[in-house]
Design a protein around this ligand. Structure first.
Ligand code: PRP
Length: 207
């Protein structure tokens, strides 16, 4: 069954409020997105598997651990790019696989225009990065691609979800945990999350 995690971390709630603010400029928006991604990554990786790795300190031996799972980050272009740097600060040695999707403005269906998955891989967990889970179409399409590529475990990391998107994603991929900073009220008639934060891609890149 899907686990939907909506963070209650005070720093996440504080930074999300600044991110939503219509007066936040794109330089600050990018910085906040980076910081939120790092905090959300901390929460999304709480159950990573460890192996024992005793360590010798200057004073003797101590118990130690190593996180050995092979992790891949999958930012969904464009808006997901803004989450990559924050996650890489915590997971500096992971692979990054880019997937480009945009929503058709009429149908709201995702259209794939880029896919840079490796031909073969030994990745055990993919963290999908996309700040906005609106209708859920882009997220479902991304997870379909990753499962077809044989990724055994996937987690979805977003910032704001609409109830409609959360429902669609949990129905299509009940095995994938969802990590968000907030679930908002609803989608409007053009598929934007209300109250949300506007267009995450435009606000990050000043377009
Ligand atoms: C936004 C967002 C998601 C998608 C969510 O991207 O970053 O990828 O919409 O919508 P959905 O849940 O209804 O599929 P957008 O298509 O605006 O492209 P952009 O990131 O390039 O601006």
């Amino acid at each position: 069954m899907t686990q939907v995690h909506v963070s209650q971390h005070p720093l996440i709630l504080h930074k999300l409020t600044l991110l939503r603010d219509k007066d936040t400029d794109f330089r600050s928006f990018r910085e906040l997105m980076r910081e939120l991604a790092m905090l959300l990554c901390y929460e999304a990786t709480l159950d990573l598997k460890l192996t024992a790795k005793p360590v010798e300190t200057p004073m003797g031996m101590a118990a130690g651990y190593k996180a050995e799972e092979h992790i891949g980050l999958v930012p969904v272009l464009r808006a997901g790019l803004g989450m990559v740097e924050g996650v890489l600060q915590l997971l500096p040695s992971v692979q990054v696989w880019h997937i480009g999707l945009y929503r058709d403005e009429e149908t709201l269906r995702p259209v794939q225009y880029y896919n840079r998955l490796p031909a073969s891989h030994n990745i055990q967990i993919c963290l999908v990065l996309d700040p906005m889970l609106a209708t859920g179409g882009s997220a479902v399409a991304t997870l379909d691609i990753l499962k077809k590529a044989g990724v055994p475990h996937i987690k979805y990391m977003g910032v704001i979800g609409a109830p409609e998107g959360v429902e669609k994603l949990t129905k299509a991929h009940p095995d994938v945990p969802i990590h968000l900073a907030a679930i908002d009220e609803r989608l409007n008639d053009v598929g934007f999350i209300v109250p949300g934060l506007g267009d995450a891609g435009d606000r990050q890149y000043g377009t």
